[in-house]
Design a protein. Structure first.
Length: 383
């Protein structure tokens, strides 16, 4: 098959970036599999995404020139690495972490006075995400600021499509990880029970993880999770501010918070997309995709597919959540989903407990642009 050369859309246009959810809805309805130079083949329909997720032999996760552990792997290699890290997110470990996570949220909120306008992203969502992830993974807290800056620069390079800058930022991160690992070894602190300590002791197929592999794992769990968690908190808070009846219900029935969080993030997800690569010529949704071509799975669009979710823009707590692709599906479903669910739940519980009402401020929120989603700034009145 001949490769597509004519673009069907411009994912970086102002029209798309001004409201990604609405733009992806239009694409799903009128051009559900669309080609662009920037993203390759973008896939917008729920059924097409599921078909890709269920066929990892045709649609490979090895979609980058750089090794990515375990996200950018296929079986059997993926299976071995995935099995090695899944215990990191066990129920027992998360139960021990929850009080630490909650204490971090409360400490931040204690410094946010009620009856004043606050940018929730700057004052709570971002620092909470940074503290939570650093504490869980075992990053030195004095490295938090540099990790935040590194994650920001990595996201900026990704948005700009600057491959050289992205590679330079990744190399910088690798050096930072190497310094931390060397310090752990010199201090004989590689037996610590945090995630970094466990990674230093982890073997796959009888071989100890290399420092490069540890850096890859930590990069995936840092830059991706920091941005997605902070964005998710902002998206949920904005929705609660614009739907006072939903906010009031969650205050009375806090046991519904986990369901509400996942349903709100189905409507507007913090993670826009993931990549795949076709291993053979294939026809998907009537489009010819050639072996070696890139595909971009548009999670946000699939989770708003009206053929799967009736009135998809509405938050309904009685929906069947089995079709929600917030954390992916299939063998590559997010291994850190249990941690993300805990962090999101705790953040919302503590935010609701901090004040009696969450409302939008007069200042205008500022939207994030691809590859992020949600809000860069979110001025709220907490009272």
């Amino acid at each position: 098959m001949n490769k597509q050369t004519t673009a069907d859309w411009d994912p970086g246009s102002d029209e798309v970036q001004s409201n990604q959810c609405e733009a992806y809805d239009r694409m799903r309805q009128h051009c559900p599999i669309a080609y662009s130079e920037q993203l390759g083949w973008s896939v917008f329909r729920h059924e097409d995404l599921v078909a890709i997720l269920e066929d990892h032999e045709t649609f490979s996760n090895i979609a980058s020139h750089h090794r990515s552990v375990p996200n950018g792997m296929d079986p059997p290699e993926h299976t071995a690495y995935r099995n090695a890290i899944e215990s990191f997110f066990s129920a027992d470990r998360l139960a021990l972490f929850e009080p630490v996570c909650r204490a971090g949220a409360r400490a931040l909120l204690d410094n946010i006075p009620v009856a004043e306008t606050v940018d929730l992203i700057d004052k709570f969502a971002t620092p909470y995400s940074l503290h939570s992830q650093c504490t869980f993974l075992g990053w030195p807290l004095d490295a938090a600021a540099s990790i935040r800056d590194w994650a920001w620069r990595s996201r900026e390079a990704s948005h700009g499509g600057d491959g050289k800058r992205l590679a330079a930022v990744a190399a910088e991160f690798r050096l930072q990880v190497g310094t931390i690992l060397d310090a752990r070894r010199r201090a004989s602190n590689d037996a610590a029970d945090d995630i970094i300590g466990k990674l230093l002791r982890t073997t796959v197929n009888g071989v100890q993880l290399s420092d490069d592999d540890i850096a890859s794992i930590l990069r995936n769990w840092t830059v991706g999770e920091l941005g997605s968690l902070a964005s998710g908190i902002g998206i949920v808070a904005e929705r609660l501010a614009t739907e006072p009846a939903l906010q009031a219900r969650l205050r009375v029935e806090p046991e519904l918070i986990p369901t509400a969080v996942e349903e709100i993030l189905r409507v507007c997800g913090p993670l826009v997309s993931n990549r795949r690569r076709a291993t053979r010529d294939v026809i998907l949704g009537g489009r010819h995709i050639s072996a070696g071509e890139r595909l971009t799975l548009m999670w946000v669009a699939a989770n708003r597919d009206e053929t799967v979710f009736e009135h998809p823009e509405e938050v309904r707590l009685d929906r069947n959540a089995q079709h929600n692709l917030l954390f992916g599906a299939g063998i590559h479903i997010c291994p850190g989903a249990p941690l993300a669910r805990l962090e999101l739940r705790v953040a919302v519980e503590e935010l609701l407990g901090h004040c009696e009402r969450i409302e939008l401020a007069e200042s205008t929120p500022r939207r994030a642009v691809y590859p992020a989603n949600g809000w860069v700034s979110l001025p709220l009145n907490l009272s």
